[in-house]
Design a binder for this molecule. Structure first.
Ligand SMILES: NC(=O)c1ccc[n+]([C@@H]2O[C@H](COP(=O)([O-])OP(=O)(O)OC[C@H]3O[C@@H](n4cnc5c(N)ncnc54)[C@H](OP(=O)(O)O)[C@@H]3O)[C@@H](O)[C@H]2O)c1
Length: 396
């Protein structure tokens, strides 16, 4: 039997990171953990190192690295601790590594994920923000290095599974008419508009079907997550924004669909558990046990669909406009959203102000071409500054 594949898990302490480690632990003969990273939850990172015995762990700064290194030694482990973005890029591109789970949340994941792409690794892409910010450059790097890019977002993984058989070999989407991107509608799908101004971060994070990190949970409530996913789908599947239709499907059983010119519509179904797309991508093109229970259609009994309400979900409209504008617009949208969501989670702004901040930022800055990564980070920084100015102007 061949040696187990070496896996780096960026963002190991998060929701996707933990689900990935759960799947990996079910298949010790196939996968071994090469490196794990954490950011604030460092005692959890230590526990994960004890459980999975990686060669490397990565933390954000030197003092934390010293502390973790001492704790690892005391636990009898030879795991080496690396620091910061440089450490993340190192474990993402190390020659021993076969696949990288990119599960850091937000713009912070871009450089390490790109380092893995440039090194030609198999990329399990959860960090959608990387693709939203720098789609053209990211996809160019994928084609140049020959990296295999496998989507982890349940919707994109579903679309990937429903694409023509030769899609993964030559990016052929011949015969595809539309992508139908499903959305649960989140916790506020039926909340009266008059009540949305006063919803709390905990209410926004109480997703009806999925258990996720707090940033993506707020994005799901506002449907910015679906907007980011629309942009992600355009890059992954070589589609125009007008070819991606968002469909609200409250049960989250159909994870997305592909509509073909002959009238066939293929869908992927499953219980809402991220271990399914993770196992699919880890083992692709084979199939492995993910630990997810079989789907019980009799218990589900019905599947509903509705069109999204623009008034209730202004973030979706803003993302659709940014997708159409292209160039720097998605990176600015993403950065403004990160600042606005962090301010909402800190209790500094109300839920409805998230969309106001993003709309304000996008209206203030012209859309420009992004020639290189520096231009991406310049657009990102500009949007963060403008969003910060909005917060100052409004005394937050
Ligand atoms: N959760 C889902 O079901 C789901 C589904 C589809 C796609 N995704 C995408 O997957 C990514 C991760 O989501 P999640 O729900 O797993 O988020 P999460 O639970 O908040 O985890 C985020 C991970 O990133 C680390 N991190 C945060 N800020 C960082 C920084 N500045 N530098 C380096 N590391 C940092 C965190 O470390 P600490 O925890 O130690 O602070 C944690 O390991 C996101 O891009 C999200 O959109 C998630």
């Amino acid at each position: 039997m061949s040696r187990p594949q070496q896996i780096t898990v960026l963002g190991a302490t998060g929701s996707i990171g933990l689900s990935t480690l759960d799947v990996i632990a079910r298949h010790p003969e196939r996968y071994q953990v090469f490196a794990l990273s954490g950011f604030t939850r460092l005692s959890e990172l230590l526990a994960l190192c004890v459980r999975h015995v990686p060669q490397f762990a990565v933390v954000p700064e030197v003092a934390a690295a010293r502390g973790l290194q001492d704790d690892l030694r005391a636990a009898g482990l030879s795991t080496r601790v690396l620091v910061g973005e440089e450490g993340l890029c190192q474990v993402a591109s190390a020659p021993e590594v076969d696949a990288v789970m990119a599960a850091i949340v937000g713009a912070a994941g871009l450089r390490p994920t790109l380092a893995a792409v440039e090194a030609g690794k198999k990329i399990l892409l959860a960090n959608k923000e990387a693709l939203v910010m720098s789609g053209a450059l990211f996809m160019q790097a994928v084609h140049k290095s020959g990296s295999v890019l496998l989507p982890i977002d349940s919707e994109h993984n579903a679309i990937f599974q429903c694409m023509p058989q030769d899609f993964s070999r030559g990016l052929s989407t011949v015969g595809v008419r539309r992508i139908l991107l499903t959305a649960s509608g989140g916790p506020f799908r039926q909340t009266p508009l008059s009540e949305l101004a006063h919803v709390s971060p905990d209410q926004a994070c109480a997703h009806p079907n999925w258990s996720m990190g707090r940033k993506i949970s707020v994005d799901s409530a506002s449907m910015m997550n679906k907007g980011l996913e629309l942009i992600e789908a355009c890059w992954l599947f070589d589609a125009k924004p007008s070819q991606v239709e968002v469909v609200i499907h409250p049960q989250s059983v159909i994870h997305s669909l592909v509509d073909y010119v002959d009238g066939s519509v293929l869908a992927q179904l499953g219980n809402p558990d991220m271990r399914t797309p993770i196992a699919n991508a880890l083992a692709w093109p084979e199939r492995i046990d993910s630990g997810v229970a079989p789907l019980d259609l009799f218990a589900i009994a019905r599947l509903d669909f509705e069109a999204p309400d623009e008034e209730r979900f202004p973030c979706l409209r803003l993302a659709q406009q940014a997708a159409e504008a292209g160039n720097s617009a998605p990176a600015m949208l993403n950065a403004a959203n990160e600042v606005a969501v962090a301010a909402f989670l800190d209790g500094r702004v109300g839920y409805l102000e998230i969309a106001s901040i993003i709309e304000d930022v996008l209206s203030l800055e012209p859309v420009v071409a992004l020639e290189d990564l520096d231009a991406v980070f310049t657009a990102d920084a500009k949007a963060r500054t403008l969003a910060g100015q909005w917060l100052n102007r409004h005394g937050r």
